[in-house]
Design a protein around this ligand. Structure first.
Ligand SMILES: Cc1cc2nc3c(=O)[nH]c(=O)nc-3n(C[C@H](O)[C@H](O)[C@H](O)COP(=O)(O)OP(=O)(O)OC[C@H]3O[C@@H](n4cnc5c(N)ncnc54)[C@H](O)[C@@H]3O)c2cc1C
Length: 381
């Protein structure tokens, strides 16, 4: 009876397996990856070698078929050691979800099988002038014979230049109804007319390249459309319902990493002749951090279960988990810096990096204001 509400043995085994790989191969490089703003190739290789590169890919396409909760646990555990590296499994899911949700069998077979083998997948929705207001995008895809020809610019694209495949949303019917005039396409890195901008210089997640995608008369074959014409934005937004749960998982991971580090530090650090953990003011801070983190975890895992079942209320739960967990992660990482005092503010300890990294979880895949808008609409009808 009481076994109902807990992780399965398999989920716990996945957590232990990922944690061991992260501690061995990924955490040791995290400070250098951040300082040099370089792609964490060692994490890429380690995740690929252990089937955690794109764990969500179904077995029928050559993947390991991790369910939504298991995928969250993978992302959470990688983020606990290195947020930049956690974007590898997270963005591989984000980029490929439109194919999974909206694609026919042929496009699934072609791209998901390559993803499982290590060809990364990015997601191109945002533009410089179309961030929260995605429907106002300007990137255009025009039919030409059997082909599509893309022109425009996508902005802020995670793992751009590293990934081999890109889901790109583009207007296919400029005179059509707003939001229903957009289609989704798979673009390959080597397609002619497709190039990348400079790497953005960011506050955090510096190991994950963020670049623009440029399309100049980029010609792709007709069968690269995902689903049918006009369905693109619907597929893109349905994708986000699922993947906001993975951003929540990232937030849990970075918060857990900061809390664990701060706990060790306050037990060890002595002032006024005793451990600073003996002061009640410090104990209360740690208690609040643990309490909020666990609340965020329960909400995130419930949302992951809803993602797995594709429940009707996933839209609310995905937004709620993402907003709550990311706000909590920002609080916990900031408090972790506080608990280390001056040591928290310097790069000798990982908590300042974690605080910088945590901030993005409140912004991408829709800002937390947009999440509240989504939740409000779901509740109010
Ligand atoms: C590092 C990084 C990686 C990213 N990766 C990707 C990626 O891989 N693929 C991709 O497609 N995009 C990506 N993005 C884009 C990201 O999703 C957008 O930045 C985000 O959705 C916000 O859009 P914006 O930056 O244009 O902000 P804006 O929409 O200009 O928002 C500015 C402010 O106004 C607020 N606001 C806007 N509209 C409303 C409203 N209706 N009600 C209340 N407040 C509102 C916002 O909350 C925000 O505070 C990434 C961004 C970053 C920084």
């Amino acid at each position: 009876m009481f076994d109902v509400y807990k992780l399965t043995d398999e989920h716990q085994e996945i957590r232990a397996a990922v944690r061991s790989i992260v501690e061995d191969k990924i955490t040791p490089a995290a400070a250098e990856v951040d300082a040099e703003a370089r792609y964490p190739q060692e994490a890429h290789d380690a995740l690929l070698a252990t089937d955690f590169f794109a764990p969500h890919v179904a077995e029928e396409y050559g993947g390991v078929g991790a369910d939504a909760l298991a995928t969250c646990i993978v992302i959470e555990e990688v983020a606990r050691g290195c947020m930049s590296s956690s974007l590898i499994p997270a963005v591989n899911k984000l980029g490929s979800m439109p194919v999974i949700l909206g694609g026919g069998e042929e496009i699934k077979q072609k791209y998901l099988s390559q993803l499982a083998q290590g060809h990364g997948f990015s997601y191109g929705l945002s533009e410089r002038e179309a961030g929260s207001d995605t429907a106002s995008m300007k990137t255009r895809a025009k039919r030409d014979g059997d082909d599509w020809v893309l022109n425009g610019v996508k902005t802020w694209i995670t793992n751009a230049g590293v990934s081999d495949f890109y889901t790109v949303m583009a207007v296919t019917d400029p005179d059509g109804a707003r939001g229903r005039n957009i289609s989704a396409f798979v673009v390959e890195k080597d397609d002619e007319g497709f190039t990348f901008g400079e790497k953005e210089r960011k506050l955090g997640i510096k190991g994950s390249p963020t670049r623009e995608l440029f399309f100049e008369d980029c010609r792709i074959p007709g069968d690269r459309i995902i689903g049918t014409e006009g369905e693109g934005l619907k597929i893109a937004l349905r994708t986000l319902d699922h993947t906001r749960v993975t951003i929540a998982a990232q937030a849990l991971g970075v918060a857990q990493g900061a809390l664990d580090y701060a706990i060790d530090y306050v037990k060890d650090r002595k002032q006024f002749g005793k451990s600073v953990s003996d002061f009640q003011a410090v104990q209360f801070m740690v208690a609040d951090m643990g309490m909020k983190l666990e609340a965020a975890r329960q909400l995130t895992y419930a949302a992951a279960a809803k993602s797995e079942r594709d429940d009707d209320d996933l839209g609310f739960f995905g937004a709620a988990a993402k907003a709550f967990a990311s706000d909590v992660a920002m609080e916990i990482t900031t408090d972790a810096v506080q608990l280390l005092g001056g040591a928290g503010y310097v790069v000798d300890h990982p908590v300042e990096r974690m605080m910088r990294d945590a901030k993005i979880t409140q912004i991408y895949e829709g800002t937390n204001q947009i999440q509240r808008l989504v939740m409000g609409r779901k509740l109010l009808g």
